[in-house]
Design a protein around this ligand. Structure first.
Ligand SMILES: [Zn+2]
Length: 451
């Protein structure tokens, strides 16, 4: 279509008319409505600043390959926490550190009787980690708070932005808050090379008074966490927002396969009881059985062959099994099928399998009410969505027993995470923050029923 120059100019003027309102008038209208307790302008996410801050945070503990080393309790972790506290204050939040070392920043609501809406994530990383894991949720939460401040939007509920400490070390901060952390765990060594007791002290916490960091069930109106997907399903299907169904349950076993160690030259093929041969059949069986079932993942991540010599038939293999699914009965069914198959493998070559349960954690489901709000708000903003499970653990699972919990994901390009090559498109980061903001507004108007 050909547009005449004058016509073009007037179209341009029309499109930007809203921006041409004289400043004093805009300020006045804000003032008037603020005194009435209403907001005059809709809160908006500053996506440019959000992505700039992501890049700036990535300089703390930056690696030459583009990744970050910001392990919980490390100097870089402490530097990042000092960097972020002023941002929380600038967003109009009152900042405190609990005795666990979590950073909790709060904005009061208009109704003092209501429980807080809580949003947040973490800024520590795995060794040689990426720039987006955790940080997207934290910096987006700060943008949400600042958008509310700038637009003078009063929420009925208090809003809390939480930066959980040492997520990558095993959800330490959120588990302490949920009362899912034992006194003796304080003496365990963290990745940063010190005990959790020492680490918490370094972060300004008080490991002798962790009880006062506890949140009782019912303490919150809702918890919502924005995070990168880490898996590749959204990126593969070119979708923008993942409505998280829940965080998968994890069951893990130590598996011992016993055969007979013997001479590789003098033992005929028919006489062999090869533990590694049984192990290789076992690895293939796990893959086949779990694929056939679907909606679960299964992994054999460890095989230690003994004695491990070129001229000795392996007598023993120490292996592992990990099964993850949103559906605990599925995990049980898979484990039964794997065990049955292992009985056959063992009979076929004279070996024996022994499974010892090493870890069992049930799934944490996101409440349907929050899933619905995230989906509705994402679609209202024109975003494509899909319901997805979280195969990775998150602080959100610690919140599940405390109150209604939900999560939303933005795509990870190529499904890569816990890696310097982790990447989320800036526009997707902004979209995630926008959906988080609208989710907070919708939950403030219509909080989920306490379960
Ligand atoms: Zn994370």
């Amino acid at each position: 279509m050909h547009i005449h120059r004058r016509q073009f100019a007037s179209t341009l003027l029309g499109a930007s008319a809203a921006m041409l309102v004289p400043r004093p008038l805009l300020a006045l209208s804000r003032h008037v409505s603020a005194t009435r307790g209403l907001s005059s302008v809709a809160p908006i996410i500053d996506g440019v600043r959000l992505n700039a801050r992501l890049a700036e945070l990535a300089t703390i503990g930056a690696r030459t390959d583009g990744g970050v080393d910001r392990v919980g309790y490390s100097d870089h972790d402490i530097a990042a926490r000092s960097w972020i506290e002023p941002l929380l204050q600038q967003a109009g939040l009152t900042v405190r550190r609990d005795t666990a070392g979590n950073i909790i920043a709060r904005r009061e609501g208009s109704d003092a009787s209501l429980k807080p809406l809580v949003i947040g994530s973490h800024i520590d990383s795995v060794p040689a980690g990426g720039r987006y894991d955790g940080t997207v949720g934290v910096l987006a939460s700060i943008e949400v708070a600042d958008a509310l401040r700038v637009s003078r939007t009063a929420l009925r509920h208090p809003l809390e932005v939480v930066i959980w400490m040492n997520e990558e070390g095993g959800l330490i901060g959120s588990r302490i808050v949920a009362g899912d952390f034992r006194e003796e765990d304080l003496n365990a060594k963290a990745v940063a090379g010190m005990t959790h007791r020492e680490g918490i002290t370094r972060l300004g916490g008080d490991p002798s008074r962790l009880d006062s960091a506890r949140w009782q069930p019912g303490r919150i109106a809702a918890y919502v966490e924005l995070h990168i997907e880490q898996g590749g399903s959204l990126d593969r299907d070119a979708l923008e927002i993942g409505v998280v169904e829940g965080i998968v349950g994890i069951y893990a076993w130590d598996v011992t396969i016993t055969g007979q160690q013997n001479h590789s030259g003098a033992t005929a093929m028919v006489d062999r009881k090869d533990a590694l041969l049984a192990a290789s059949r076992y690895v293939a069986a796990v893959d086949r059985i779990v694929r056939a079932e679907g909606q679960a993942v299964g992994t054999v991540g460890r095989l230690a062959v003994a004695p491990g010599a070129r001229n000795v038939i392996p007598g023993r293999v120490d292996a592992s099994l990990e099964l993850r699914s949103l559906d605990e009965t599925r995990i049980t069914r898979l484990f039964d099928a794997i065990q049955r198959e292992c009985t056959q493998i063992a009979e076929a070559n004279g070996t024996a399998f022994e499974f010892t349960l090493a870890q069992s954690r049930g799934p944490s489901m996101c409440v349907p009410a929050i899933r619905d709000v995230v989906r509705t708000q994402a679609r209202a903003l024109g975003r494509s969505t899909n319901d997805v499970p979280s195969g990775a653990g998150h602080d959100a699972q610690s919140m599940a027993p405390i109150g209604p919990m939900g999560m939303l994901f933005v795509p990870s390009v190529g499904g890569i995470s816990h890696s310097p090559w982790e990447f989320t498109q800036p526009a997707q980061v902004t979209h995630g923050a926008e959906v988080l903001l609208q989710t907070v507004l919708a939950l403030d108007a219509n909080p989920p029923a306490a379960s």
